[in-house]
Design a binder for this molecule. Structure first.
Ligand code: FMN
Length: 387
């Protein structure tokens, strides 16, 4: 079934990396200019611009999509970015490292959502205030994570089994911050309790600015297929924007999701790993505006000069350009993380970038031998050179 797509006014598109002073101010509930969730006024446009932007969202991926990775995705057209999940309990107890790290490149990431996971409404509200103070443009509530240690604490997707508690969290956070608050959910807990539709209606009533639907149950984890028909069912039930997520690997997948569900925006995670250009490819396929973004000047030294990354060449798989992209990503990460951690974390990205190339198996075997940045550069220069 082909569905009508809501048009987002061009004026609502946020300029990438807009400076603090130019960032749109979101009116508080009840304040002049605030017209509440689901409305169509100017304030709703501002909320849409922060939450949906160019409608191509990069999914939160804990342990993978750190600020440096997100900035690279942004260069290739990803719109609003979202942090890895941050434990509200940890931050509220004084362990603010996670929050500090997730906002390490906040100046380059606007619009950025900080995603919080937790079960205590007051703690979530307190940490949401801290996140906004550190530059978050919106707050996302994680009610989707299936990990055992998360759901055992009545957090993440466990909240889909406890809508009253979930609602309390939504209301507490919504009342604590001026920034828009969104929620990321699953289909439900298991096949017998698929409740994403009534849960989304509740989220709308609780003041959420948008709902992001990853339509797998908690029981499915990341296996099986995401049931996109549930995204369409949620879209039919609420007036707030609906973001569809799950299993988009190609521009055609993205087009199919938009056509069959009518979702307002899409969110892509695993499909963009080692292929950040997927965002611009999807933008082209859907005719959605994807302004090219140059690497931030602060990071140029990391790629050994002032020449911008050639996005077309990187997309075409030109190895020397991929080497520059990896250097840029490492340079960005070194701005806020220790070297050893950066080196450990970049390895999996290098493997993703090398996927499908001749000799990539040999490269994979060697990647783990690099323990510092010079060793890393030697490997990168050896493998990612024109052949
Ligand atoms: C390694 C990994 C880490 C993830 N971390 C988060 C997270 O921190 N917060 C969250 O809401 N979802 C997380 N997700 C779920 C993704 O955001 C996304 O919903 C899911 O991967 C489906 O989208 P995709 O098929 O485009 O990857 C994670 C998924 C994976 C595979």
């Amino acid at each position: 079934m082909k569905r009508k797509q809501d048009d987002i006014p061009r004026s609502a598109l946020v300029p990438q990396s807009s400076p603090e002073s130019e960032r749109p101010r979101i009116p508080r509930a009840g304040e002049a200019g605030s017209d509440g969730p689901g409305s169509t006024g100017a304030a709703a446009d501002v909320v849409r611009s922060v939450v949906l932007g160019n409608r191509l969202l990069f999914a939160p991926l804990a342990g993978i999509a750190d600020p440096a990775v997100r900035v690279v995705a942004r260069m290739f057209g990803a719109g609003p970015l979202m942090s890895e999940m941050v434990s509200a309990h940890g931050v509220a107890r004084g362990k603010s490292k996670e929050l500090v790290q997730q906002t390490g490149l906040v100046d380059l990431e606007h619009p950025l959502a900080i995603q919080l996971v937790g079960s205590d409404p007051l703690m979530m509200a307190k940490v949401a205030v801290m996140a906004v103070a550190r530059g978050a443009d919106s707050i996302n509530l994680n009610m989707a994570c299936p990990a055992r240690k998360i759901v055992h604490g009545e957090k993440g997707s466990a909240l889909m089994k406890d809508p009253p508690r979930a609602r309390e969290i939504m209301v507490a956070v919504r009342e604590a911050v001026q920034a828009p608050v969104t929620v990321k959910i699953r289909a439900g807990w298991d096949a017998e309790s698929v409740n994403c539709v009534p849960f989304s209606v509740m989220a709308e009533e609780a003041g959420m600015a948008a709902v992001i639907v990853h339509p797998r149950t908690r029981a499915q984890g990341f296996s099986g297929r995401a049931d996109w028909s549930l995204i369409g069912a949620v879209k039919d039930a609420v007036r707030i924007p609906v973001v569809g997520n799950g299993d988009i690997r190609t521009p055609d997948d993205a087009a199919r999701m938009v056509e069959t569900t009518g979702c307002d925006a899409i969110m892509i995670g695993r499909g963009a790993l080692g292929r950040p250009w997927l965002f611009r490819q999807v933008g082209r396929r859907l005719g959605w505006e994807v302004p090219p973004v140059q690497p931030p000047p602060q990071a140029e030294a990391a790629v050994g000069g002032t020449e911008a990354i050639d996005l077309d060449a990187a997309e075409a798989g030109v190895r020397t350009e991929l080497a520059r992209l990896i250097r840029l990503q490492v340079g960005l990460a070194l701005r806020y993380k220790p070297e050893l951690l950066v080196v450990n974390e970049i390895r999996k990205h290098m493997i993703w970038y090398s996927k499908g190339m001749p000799d990539s198996a040999k490269f994979r075997a060697k990647v783990h031998t690099a323990n510092d940045v010079p060793a890393l550069w030697a490997l990168v220069d050896e493998f990612f050179r024109d052949v």
